[in-house]
Design a protein around this ligand. Structure first.
Ligand SMILES: *Cc1c(COP(=O)(O)O)cnc(C)c1O
Length: 395
């Protein structure tokens, strides 16, 4: 998931690289002057741990997402937010949680960290989101929750997921690591539903270097969430939010070191102030890709016009795994880095026993997908070079 590096100089390649063109990474986080200024100001203030900046980021995230009464807590990573969600959903040994195999394994790891068993289901062909009928087919009396993912920023079938959850009395954990700012039927992801986790990792739409956030459905679990985030401590958060500490407290449960410090929070605030520009630009680049790649019949582009979407990654499909390998090598030789989101997790050693059903869409799609370069600021020439490198492979 990290920024890809170009092939080392001197590596033999089928097509010699264009000497003057700089390599194009698949990810490039925005780290402009606003980010440096915010970092310097936060460092100068001298309060490094969780503090007032953390509280302010949570307030502004809540306002941006239109959360209303739904509380949001920032975390040290998206994985931490997902793990907290799993704990709050009551997952533990003996329970099962249904997850698409086709997602980043951070989600599966966050679920299995509780001792619960991950059970894989398939995805829909159009959105690459959870296939609700497939999820239904693997429900047992041990099923306690469903983890749903909004792949690449495209919302999954939330109505279907919540109807199924209601029918069987299940909790829902939305992995919204890709969907910060996306809308579902006119409401931002996070502003509806059960537990919703975001990531502000290095390459996500907005970053706090590492970080994340968890939205809860109501205030019922907020105290427990504070304790989980701060090593089981019952009462220090309020003081820390004022850049202060309390020295008298109780420790009431097993917790974790999952809070977000002041410097990352300040970086997050500087990014959040620009997020509408990030999203608008990314939408425009995705539409350009869709339009230009429509000329190449061997390439299947996402079936969306990007209205109401905050695109995290731009993913195309080719015929099969062999074509993908050759195309990625060809593009790399031209200085264009690509990625794969995702490998099916049921093929990983640690999760190979978690398959209960047909995963044929996952098997097919995970061989076909290629992630193209997408950042918050790109120029036309970069997109032309990416498309050109694909066109020259098929042409
Ligand atoms: C990035 C990501 C995560 C994990 O977030 P981190 O902040 O890296 O811990 C989880 N799920 C998906 C789908 C992701 O892309």
């Amino acid at each position: 998931m990290d920024t890809a590096t170009p092939s080392p100089a001197g590596t033999p390649t089928s097509t010699p690289p264009i000497p003057t063109a700089p390599p194009i990474p698949v990810f490039r986080p925005y780290l402009g002057p606003e980010v440096h200024e915010a970092t310097t100001a936060a460092l100068t203030a001298g309060w490094i741990g969780m503090g007032a900046n953390t509280a302010r980021l949570e307030q502004e995230l809540g306002a941006y997402l239109g959360l209303g009464e739904r509380p949001i807590l920032t975390t040290s990573s998206g994985t931490a937010a997902l793990h907290m969600a799993a704990v709050l959903a009551g997952l533990g040994p003996g329970d099962e949680v249904i997850c698409p195999s086709f997602t980043y394994v951070a989600g599966h790891q966050a679920m299995s960290q509780t001792g619960a068993e991950v059970v894989f289901c398939d995805i829909e062909e159009r959105t690459f989101g959870i296939d609700v009928a497939s999820a239904r087919s693997v429900i047992t009396e041990r099923t306690k929750a469903i983890m749903a993912v909004h792949f690449s920023g495209i919302p999954c079938d939330l109505d279907g997921v919540y109807a199924l959850a209601k029918e069987f009395g299940l909790r829902v954990i939305e992995d919204a690591a890709h969907a910060f700012g996306s809308f579902y039927k006119g409401r931002r992801i996070g502003s509806i539903g059960d537990l919703v986790a975001f990531s502000f990792g290095p390459v996500k739409i907005i970053t706090t270097l590492e970080g994340g956030a968890l939205v809860m459905p109501d205030r019922a679990a907020i105290q427990e969430a504070h304790e989980l985030r701060l090593i089981g401590v019952d009462s220090d958060t309020e003081e820390r939010y004022k850049n202060s500490r309390t020295w008298e407290y109780d420790v009431v449960r097993q917790g974790y070191r999952y809070h977000l410090g002041s410097i990352p929070a300040a970086i997050g605030l500087s990014q959040l102030a620009m997020v509408e520009t990030f999203i608008r630009n990314r939408q425009a680049y995705c539409r350009t890709y869709n339009r230009q790649l429509a000329e190449i019949p061997e390439v299947k582009t996402p079936d969306t016009d990007y209205e109401d979407l905050a695109p995290f990654i731009y993913v195309i499909r080719v015929a099969d795994g062999e074509t993908r390998r050759a195309l990625m090598a060809h593009m790399k030789a031209q200085g264009v880095s690509t990625g794969i989101h995702f490998l099916g997790a049921h093929d990983f050693s640690f999760y190979e026993h978690c398959r209960r059903s047909d995963l044929s869409v996952t098997d097919r799609v995970s061989e076909q997908v290629i992630t193209l370069p997408l950042y918050s600021f790109m120029d036309d020439r970069t997109i032309d070079r990416v498309v050109g490198s694909i066109a020259s492979f098929f042409g």
